[in-house]
Design a protein around this ligand. Sequence first.
Ligand code: 5GP
Ligand code: ZN
Length: 136
Amino acid sequence: MPDCIFCQIIKGQLPSAKIYEDERVISFLDINPVNPGHTLVIPKAHYKTIFELPEEELIACMKVAQKIAGAVFKGTNAAGLNFIQNNLRPAGQHVDHIHFHLIPRFPQDNFYTSWPGKPYPQGELEKLAKKIIGCF
Ligand code: 5GP
Ligand code: ZN
């Protein structure tokens, strides 16, 4: 995808602080990290979101991400780590080449530790579970 920043990084047309590379997967430091050591893991093939990503690409990314998570955790002396993946603009996706964030966490680092959960109205939880099951 010629206009894609991450495809350009993969091809070496844009610089990156590379952490890992194999035939399917590449990983590099995020240029604008939540915390130092914030790392991205991406498939080399261009897919936009989790919805299109083939299973074998997902598995390859997950295997690499688990290894890199341990290295990032150790290498940054982190106290915790978030593994996050955003899909589409309302969910905070700004680069349209699927990527997995590994974010080392530290006490009082001002990133979230909980999100604003909202309880369901009576009966809605069961209804929605059924609707989602109907969409498999
Ligand atoms: P998203 O918001 O799409 O889930 O995350 C995109 C991430 O890509 C952001 O955290 C952003 O800092 C990072 N990013 C955007 N452009 C570049 C770039 O050119 N190089 C690197 N290394 N990271 C980038
Ligand atoms: Zn791309």
